[in-house]
Design a protein around this ligand. Sequence first.
Ligand SMILES: Nc1ncnc2c1ncn2[C@@H]1O[C@H](COP(=O)(O)OP(=O)(O)OP(=O)(O)O)[C@@H](O)[C@H]1O
Ligand SMILES: [Mg+2]
Length: 511
Amino acid sequence: MPIKIFSAALNGLDAQIIEAEIDASYGLRCFNIVGLADKTIQESKERISAAIKSSHLKSPSSQAIKLLVSLAPAGLKKEGSLYDLPIALGYLLASKQALFTAKYRIIIGELSLDGILRPIRGSLIIAAKAKDEGFKEIILPQANAKEAALIEGIKVIGVKTLADALAYLESRLDILPTVSEPQSSKNLSLDKDPLSIDLSWIQGQELAKRALEVAAAGGHNLLMEGPPGTGKTLLAKAMASILPPLSFEESLEVTKIYSASGLLLENNFILKNRPFRAPHHTASSAALIGGGNPLMPGEITLAHRGILFLDEFPEFHRDVLESLRQPMEEGAVSILRSNSRANLPARFTLVAAANPCPCGNFNDPEKECSCVPAQILKYRRKLSGPIMDRIDLFIKVPQIKFEKLTAKENKNQSEKIKEKVSRARTIQKERLVKIPGIFTNSEMAVPQIEEFCQIDGESKEILKKAVNSGKLSARGFHKVLKVSRTIADLENSAEIKNSHIMEALMYRQKT
Ligand SMILES: Nc1ncnc2c1ncn2[C@@H]1O[C@H](COP(=O)(O)OP(=O)(O)OP(=O)(O)O)[C@@H](O)[C@H]1O
Ligand SMILES: [Mg+2]
């Protein structure tokens, strides 16, 4: 009778239960793994043999044994090194060197040659799936245990070595289940980042700071434009300091993404701060959107519930910028692979920074622009069209005078603004409580805009003029309503007033 061990496969941010069947018969020495296994799994034969030998047991290569491992379902492509541990344990059972029951247990883990278990990607996602499928226990490398224990209702056993895993399964060794502390605390406090930039570091630029506050409060996309060295990059980085921490619900979503990407650290197994991703302008579409084999989330997914900062925005390749259009609209990206489709979340706030032209002095009242018109046109073409229509706030960041640059700024501005932003976010969350997965004004769809963005006759007249003169598209119209909702929320005002509409419209002026 073949031995059955349960394990799991990771596909994007989803997992599937895998049954590893192991059949051993004595005779010819051979070791085969079937079931669309990739090269890493084929190479596991060598790792498993060495790890078993190091654990002072008889390895498949040291005896005349014919070993067949079948990973089911057979039609699903399997990749990665997480099957090392289940195959090794299955072999020990099949070769009668061990005795334990594998039922109701999920086993995952990569083996090193000396039998020590190495961390794997995606244990949080696998633990969640195992619990949903009714498994009682998950056995995995100790380094992944805290992360998996964020899922309540499944026993998480972290083990250090193959020998420990076997001793635990045979009841020769007691291992206490891992418990992660923040499991029950629904309010996460921010991890203090020693490198965080306070808004008070930046002199002047009040308009830009106000726009950052609005963008942070409602999750609205923002573009800053200005000559070199006026503080655009600094402002964008300071935005991280005015964002409230992730709620527990959001944190689980983001932690799953980082778990699947292998970016979680053992001592930082739950993410509390909102992500801030700043890919370089030479990044490819795949790096931004996600893809590859195995499927890896891209920067837009890593920025989920946080900020995607695209510095030197017009320097990004055109096709890369265009590929952002669909995810920005839907808050998710769908990646088609040879035999499957993966849906990855991507609800990020886009913060972009640009110079007005390649030399940076176009339209400057004091400096002369050295670019030829064709250069300016080519550069600015990337700042027009559909991608720009998805930006809610356009801000000029001008050169500031010496007096302003040396004036005394209030210290710790970020702390106060963060409090305001947090309050505004709480109002939004309570208002949108009935719509699952939606927490901020920027995420509202048409029905919610109609319900929550009521305006008076005078405001309607102002917007009518803007739309009929062709300055505002239908999307732009809705964006102005959403931004004015956020401005009203920052003031704790139930109604959207004229002044809120006027401020929101001001941010739509592109040049
Ligand atoms: N408003 C400001 N207040 C204080 N320091 C500033 C300000 N603007 C610029 N600086 C100083 O200039 C440096 C460069 O600023 P930053 O990188 O933000 O400019 P930038 O607008 O992004 O320029 P570029 O267009 O060349 O990327 C900062 O590190 C800071 O020392
Ligand atoms: Mg810059």
